[in-house]
Design a protein around this ligand. Structure first.
Ligand SMILES: [Zn+2]
Ligand SMILES: [Zn+2]
Length: 166
């Protein structure tokens, strides 16, 4: 009855982005790139809640909308192009109509998508999990604390922190 949790994280060993599924009762996460395994403690996932990050064991996770940003941006661009074409063809009403429809689709998508959890510390991303009581919306203060911690640890590679290029 419970969907498997999906996780996306950066492998601590080879630094590649790994996507995988965590079935209930899983004891390890393996990296598809280097074959390394991360141990998953039995109490990490309970009743569909994630008690702490499976990758770095941090308890600070925040809830974010699981919104496919590329899709959202794509819809806006297509809408804008159609609208520009209608404008060019002197179809002013149609041009505005397309713009409003585009905005409407984006809002609808935003409302329909589920919630995901993200780790402040290592930016691991978890889908198919119910946010727990301690896990609230994004908090800038906590984010800043972790960012500074990461910056102290790796002076010079700071620009990489939070970089989701994949
Ligand atoms: Zn790896
Ligand atoms: Zn983490």
């Amino acid at each position: 009855m419970m969907k498997a949790m999906q996780v996306r994280f950066r492998c601590p060993r080879c630094e590649q982005t790994v996507r995988g599924q965590v079935a209930p009762g899983t004891s390890g996460l393996s990296c598809s790139h280097c074959g390394g395994t991360l141990d998953v403690a039995p109490d990490a996932v309970a009743d569909g809640h994630l008690n702490y990050c499976l990758v770095c064991r941090s308890q600070d996770l925040f809830v974010r909308k699981d919104f496919p940003q590329r899709l959202g941006v794509g819809i806006v661009i297509v809408g804008f192009l159609c609208s520009a074409w209608a404008w060019h063809a002197y179809q002013i009403t149609l041009a505005f109509g397309i713009l409003f429809a585009t905005a409407g689709i984006d809002v609808l998508l935003y409302l329909l998508v589920g919630e995901a959890l993200e780790c402040y510390r290592c930016h691991a991303h978890y889908r198919g999990v119910t946010p727990g009581e301690r896990q609230g919306a994004f908090d800038l203060e906590t984010h800043e604390r972790y960012r500074q911690m990461a910056a102290r640890k790796s002076v010079g590679t700071e620009a990489e922190v939070g970089n989701e290029s994949r």
